[in-house]
Unconditional design. Structure first.
Length: 571
């Protein structure tokens, strides 16, 4: 039927080895299971290489990703969402031609059925399963926000549209509800997930309600529902979060679990009474998220070596510092993912538990019943742990127990709120910890910040002003050797007009050397500790930011927004 068998093409591509194919042939025997499914299960073969092999074997186009321009809402609306998701196929438009994307072009029936629904003129192209699922989740049309608001205006009694039941792991894309308020709230949640927002803000004002998303650390206004819908939106979200809808005078905290396509999303809900109603902020946590390896976080060779060495120690304390939202917890999770093994007993105490990690025992702090960080830590140390992660060191008691735990043979990981790495030592002393205990238990301190990444498709070269160069802390001569980039004002399709896409961390890594330990015992101030740390090889946050600017991945404005040039930046 075909010029070459799929296995032959995979071998020619170097995507798999003959021994791996043979192993799968033996394993599947007469079960009727395909060789390719076995190769995928055993992780001998990637989705990308399989799609490329199908493309080569059948002379079909291979589509690497689906952009908004390729997604046609009118064509998508012709097909039931369930059909697309069950069969993992999706219609797209490429160069004004209609295509059906499939990850398995040998499964003809769903492709033929979809072609009939679309009028019988579509061609077939190949993409990976994950690309197709992502495009369905992103671009399948929900009822427009404008229409929803019109429905709200026509609705006389908004309280009657509320569903008096919580939502536990329901797929909001598949909820066929008619109530305008329910549709509107589902749309707010769906659009936030679609746009990779980290937070949703619903803010009551005097005459209307403002809905904003935080995307890549920056707030974006989405739309303004009518003021009369405010109480119903608030009540709907409170019901979903199992909160008291009658209590409007006190702050409340809750949790919502939903699914958007194949993504399980955990929302941490905070309700705060303000002048014109109740303000709601929801933090979105993707439970399907996997954490990058330490090597992929963007450390310099020296910094990676220090962190790798510190986290390989059997005991001691490793601290990650920075303001709220600077990625501290994600860095600690990356460390835990590396250390996690059946040979180690790892226990964490967190507030809240942001992501569940298999093989690790995670304790949720509950201050109301007396389960504080310190109380949880005392019990954890009786559970024979090898590694303990403390979500945040907030007070003297927690810090004291953490120090004692490290001195009695445990590796302790924690976060601390300070502006830079050397300030962590000063902060611990301010908490009342004896300097000699700090010097003997602390291994290293990481300070970090997040900066937005320039969109690679539309960034443009430019020449910064002399003032910006001066604020960056480098000489005009050095600036001449650097190619500076800025975002294109109107952006492009790839970055949805933002000019930036994603964020990365910049770091400052201080190792507890002999000299730093001596200065700690002498209660030296932060400036003296910083100078010594720089002599010992530490690069300041601004210097790591400059490295990222030189690589062309971020801008001077982004780095200066989170780091300040200090004496010693210029080499």
């Amino acid at each position: 039927m075909f010029n070459k068998k799929l296995e032959e093409i995979l071998l020619e591509m170097g995507a798999v080895k003959a021994a791996q194919i043979q192993e799968c042939l033996v394993d599947i025997g007469s079960s009727g299971k395909s060789v390719t499914s076995c190769l995928l299960e055993k992780q001998f073969l990637t989705q990308e290489n399989l799609a490329k092999a199908y493309s080569q074997m059948l002379s079909l186009n291979y589509v690497e990703s689906v952009t908004e321009k390729m997604a046609d809402p009118e064509k998508l609306a012709l097909v039931p969402l369930k059909f697309l998701r069950d069969n993992v196929i999706v219609p797209v438009v490429i160069d004004e031609e209609l295509y059906i994307l499939t990850s398995d072009p040998l499964d003809f029936q769903p492709v033929d059925e979809l072609n009939l629904m679309l009028g019988g003129r579509a061609q077939v192209a190949v993409a990976t399963r994950s690309v197709i699922i992502d495009s369905i989740n992103r671009y399948y049309p929900l009822e427009g926000t404008k229409q929803m608001i019109e429905d709200l205006e026509e609705e006389k009694d908004l309280s009657g549209t509320l569903e008096l039941s919580g939502v536990e792991e329901q797929d909001i894309m598949g909820m066929g509800v008619e109530a305008p308020i329910v549709k509107l709230v589902n749309s707010i949640l769906f659009q936030a997930v679609k746009r990779d927002a980290s937070d949703i803000h619903i803010e009551p004002e005097e005459k209307d309600v403002r809905v904003r998303y935080r995307i890549d650390g920056v707030m974006h206004q989405v739309f303004m529902p009518p003021k009369r819908a405010q109480a119903a939106i608030t009540s709907r979200l409170k019901i979903m979060a199992n909160l008291n809808i009658a209590e409007k005078r006190l702050p409340q905290d809750g949790r919502i679990q939903i699914r958007v396509g194949d993504k399980a999303i955990d929302l941490r809900v905070s309700v705060l009474p303000v002048a014109y109603g109740e303000r709601i902020v929801m933090r979105l946590l993707d439970k399907t998220k996997t954490f990058r390896d330490l090597k992929d976080l963007g450390f310099t060779e020296r910094d990676y070596s220090v962190v790798d060495r510190a986290t390989s120690q059997p005991n001691g304390i490793v601290l990650v510092t920075g303001p709220t939202g600077s990625g501290k917890t994600s860095t600690l999770y990356s460390v835990l993912a590396r250390l996690n093994s059946p040979k180690r007993n790892i226990i964490t105490v967190e507030d809240p538990i942001e992501y569940q990690m298999k093989g690790i025992s995670q304790v949720q702090v509950k201050d109301k019943i007396g389960l504080t960080f310190a109380a949880a830590l005392r019990s954890i140390l009786r559970q024979d742990p090898d590694i303990v992660m403390i979500g945040e060191t907030r007070d003297h008691e927690t810090a004291q127990i953490a120090i004692q735990a490290s001195l009695t043979g445990h590796l302790v990981l924690s976060t601390l709120h300070t502006n830079n790495a050397p300030a962590a030592i000063t902060r611990l002393i301010d908490m009342g910890i004896e300097p000699f205990l700090i010097s003997s238990s602390l291994i290293c301190v990481l300070a970090q910040r997040l900066v937005r990444v320039l969109c690679p498709k539309c960034k443009q070269e430019y020449h910064p002003t002399a003032e910006l160069i001066h604020r960056l802390g480098i000489s005009p001569e050095r600036a001449k050797s650097i190619k500076f980039f800025e975002p294109k004002p109107e952006g492009c399709e790839n970055c949805s007009g933002a000019g930036y896409k994603g964020r990365l961390a910049i770091f400052e890594v201080m190792e507890m050397t002999g000299e730093i330990a001596r200065l700690t015992v002498e209660r030296s101030d932060t400036a003296i500790l910083r100078k010594q740390a720089m002599k010992d090889g530490m690069k300041l946050l601004i210097e790591d930011g400059l490295r990222r600017i030189e690589e062309g991945v971020t801008t001077i404005d982004e780095v200066l927004a989170v780091a300040v040039a200090q004496e010693g930046v210029e080499e």
